[in-house]
Design a protein around this ligand. Structure first.
Ligand SMILES: Nc1ncnc2c1ncn2[C@@H]1O[C@H](COP(=O)(O)OP(=O)(O)OP(=O)(O)O)[C@@H](O)[C@H]1O
Ligand SMILES: [Zn+2]
Length: 712
């Protein structure tokens, strides 16, 4: 397996919001502010969920930060480029999409682009409103610290939704109207920081400090209110139940419900998960084989220890959200056919003294009585995290100690395996990862192309699919998607097919779902005038033509002039594989394709009519050129050397860098122009076809360029 120095692993790069705010403020005040410190300690990325509440740039008092300042900030936050195991974008990186606007804003934070390798790419012409873009984008920043309050519900719901038709949880049986009642909790209540500050009537000089402090605990207090509201709602539910909507036959349902809703449970019920096995977890073969021993042990603990087998008591599953950690833990229990106890770290993190600790005690007591079994603690970092030691979590130390005491308190041959999940092991309290506790770590990475293909196929196998569907094509275009994201993609495609009253899900539906997730919903309703449509058609064809006729460019997947999210149209390219590294030729090709859009506008409509819609393409090209010169050692003049912080270089070096970047861009521009001049006929044909058909896939583009008719 591909293993890298930890410093390259992007999950490490997560920035506490407070630091980010500080950095943003200092950047705002001085162009040279150093934000290097931001590289250090950090919270995990819980990005993939669109419904998270958010704080916008305005809330941070930064609505007037410029795009280039933000860009500067982001580039400093980025880790050194290098081959990255996960072609993922850490949270902060998302702001870079944002700030440069060069790729789509994308709530999932998937990369179309990453340092040290540019994966699948999208080129587009966009509405011109950079600042608006920036503020929409930044809304995702606080997602980092939202993990605690909201994740439980989400995971829980997801757990229920993905129930594998088995008796997963009592809630799986809840009829729709009650489910609705329960689910309303999921809607986040967003309150801007400024509003909060206003409510408190704080003197001016304390406001900033309050904002920072509050940001740290922001979610916590909300989560708390939400929780109490949940209890209320559930009380209503109880009454409904008592009235007998269910009848006495539902007595067992009732008792479970009661325990989990009372807020102070006294007993914990295991979840039997007979029908979840390793078969259900795709694309994480390595993790599965590492866990195989644990399954054997659970099947027969005595035999195992007699043979001298040494097993950890605790296993830590480490990986980004949605990669199947919970599913894997369930599968371990399922494979061994033992009870599975689910708990979420955030459930233990309580405002009241002793509650968290007593929940832990109960959980272990119950589990030990039913050994062999698996205890799964999701979001372990929210109870056992380093950063937890703050006035906002007064009793977390107590809770951690209880957990440690419990883990120390049973012998390996008792057959209790504690599996903890975290997005990121470094966040955990050191005491937790000491021998005899969570001393085995299993990485659950985002799936690679092969894994993604398997996952897509797996979820496709549950629905009616057009036999012509090629999962691999979708997999290639979804670099950075987690298992949960892919499951969502297939669902969305099925939904789309259903809405269109199709018999089965086709490639078009899958592509549609992918674009929707990556770039936001289509905007069919936007009336775009004919002139603008024509410019967009030529712009996008320009990208496509350059990509088509440049040897080292990636293969074209699709071109469209259908507005989506902030863009007016786009061209997407597909890498053959998840690219670990890129050659100089590939980087140059990528730049040329970026240039194609603007050059097309210029050639067709003349210099006076070029639009602002290409700014993002230039940003993209510039970024690549800069990286080639300063990070990849691909410039002859500057040699094989990296220049970390450009502003710290001598004025001569800075000038040299700038000159090199300019030269690269100019050459690239000329190459694109050459191609578009040479193939001006094809360019026109493609633009016409786009105006007529709106969207063209790879095959159709090829036909148009070969002069074949698309109407049959
Ligand atoms: N590798 C996978 N194979 C099949 N399905 C997957 C995979 N990964 C995720 N899924 C789907 O996504 C759902 C959510 O995944 P799961 O809750 O296990 O992720 P997680 O890593 O525990 O996420 P989190 O950190 O957010 O709790 C699963 O129930 C499953 O339906
Ligand atoms: Zn473009």
């Amino acid at each position: 397996m591909f293993s890298l120095p930890t410093s390259f692993q992007p999950q490490q790069m997560i920035v506490p919001l407070s630091q980010l705010i500080n950095a943003l403020h200092s950047l705002k005040n001085s162009a040279t502010a150093s934000v290097q410190t931001l590289h250090k300690d950090f919270i995990p990325d819980h990005s993939s969920f669109p419904n998270e509440p958010s704080v916008s740039l305005r809330d941070l008092g930064l609505s007037d930060i410029s795009v280039s300042q933000l860009d500067e900030l982001v580039s400093r936050l980025l880790p050194a480029p290098g081959p990255q195991e996960f072609p993922t974008v850490p949270s902060v990186w998302r702001t870079s999409h944002i700030s440069t606007g060069s790729f789509f804003h994308n709530k999932h934070g998937f990369s179309h682009r990453r340092l040290g390798g540019f994966s699948s790419s999208i080129f587009h012409r966009q509405y011109h409103s950079p600042l608006k873009e920036v503020s929409t984008q930044l809304q995702f920043l606080p997602v980092w610290m939202q993990s605690r309050g909201f994740k439980t519900l989400r995971t829980k719901t997801r757990r229920i939704e993905s129930g594998y038709n088995g008796p997963v949880d009592s809630e799986a049986y809840t009829p729709t109207f009650i489910k609705g009642l329960l689910e309303r909790e999921k809607v986040p209540e967003v309150q801007s920081l400024d509003e909060v500050v206003k409510q408190r009537n704080l003197p001016e000089n304390q406001q900033e400090a309050f904002k920072l402090g509050f940001t740290e605990g922001f979610i916590r207090s909300q989560a708390f209110t939400r929780r109490s509201k949940g209890v209320l709602r559930r009380l209503i539910l109880m009454v409904l139940l008592l009235v007998g909507i269910y009848g006495l036959s539902r007595a067992s349902f009732f008792s479970v419900r009661f325990r989990t809703t009372s807020g102070f449970h006294t007993a914990v019920d295991p979840i039997q998960m007979k029908n979840v096995t390793f078969e259900h977890v795709k694309g994480v073969d390595e993790a599965k084989s590492e866990l195989q021993d644990v399954v054997e042990f659970l099947k027969n603990p005595q035999k195992f220890t007699v043979l001298g087998g040494k097993l950890p008591k605790g296993i830590l599953l480490v990986g980004p959200p949605g990669t199947g950690k919970t599913l894997l833990a369930r599968a371990v229990a399922g494979e061994a056919d033992v009870p599975f106890y689910y708990a979420s770290g955030s459930e233990f993190d309580e405002m009241f003294v002793g509650v968290g600790a007593s929940r832990i005690r109960n959980l272990f007591k119950e589990a030990k009585a039913n050994a062999p079994c698996v205890i799964f603690i999701d979001e372990l970092d929210s109870v056992g995290g380093k950063r937890i030691e703050s006035p906002m979590h007064p009793y977390s130390r107590q809770t951690i100690n209880q957990l440690l005491a419990e883990m120390d308190g049973f012998k390996p041959n008792e057959g209790v395996i504690v599996i903890g999940a975290t997005n990121f092991a470094e966040a955990l309290d050191n005491a937790l990862v000491r021998p005899g506790r969570f001393d085995m770590q299993v990485t659950v990475p985002r799936p690679d192309v092969k894994g993604r293909t398997e996952i897509i196929n797996w979820y496709l196998s549950k629905i009616k699919v057009d036999p012509a569907v090629e999962a691999e094509i979708i997999a290639r275009g979804t670099v950075g998607f987690s298992g949960a994201d892919l499951e969502n993609l297939v669902n969305q495609a099925a939904l789309k097919a259903a809405v269109d009253e199709k018999e089965m899900v086709t490639m078009k539906d899958l592509e549609f779902a992918k674009d929707k997730i990556l770039m936001g919903p289509e905007r069919r309703s936007v009336e775009i005038d004919k002139k603008n449509k024509t410019i967009t058609a030529y712009h996008e064809s320009g990208h496509a033509i350059v990509a088509y006729y440049t040897k080292d460019a990636m293969q074209i997947n699709k071109a469209t002039i259908m507005p989506r999210g902030p863009s007016l149209g786009h061209v997407s390219l597909l890498p053959e594989n998840d690219r670990w590294s890129e050659t100089r030729a590939q980087l140059l090709a990528q730049m040329d394709v970026s240039m194609g859009g603007r050059v097309a506008e210029e050639l067709i409509f003349g210099n006076d009519y070029i639009t602002t819609g290409a700014s993002s393409d230039f940003d993209g090209a510039t970024k690549i050129a800069k990286l080639m010169v300063t990070r990849f050692g691909m410039s002859n003049k500057l040699g094989v050397m990296t220049y970390g912080d450009i502003t710290k270089q001598s004025p001569e070096t800075q000038a040299a860098i700038e000159q090199e970047v300019r030269a690269l861009l100019k050459d690239s521009y000329e190459r694109a122009k050459n191609i578009l001049k040479t193939y001006s006929n094809e360019h026109k044909k493609l633009a016409d076809a786009l105006l007529r058909y709106e969207t063209l896939d790879a095959k159709e583009i090829k036909m148009v360029l070969e002069g074949k008719s698309l109407d049959q």
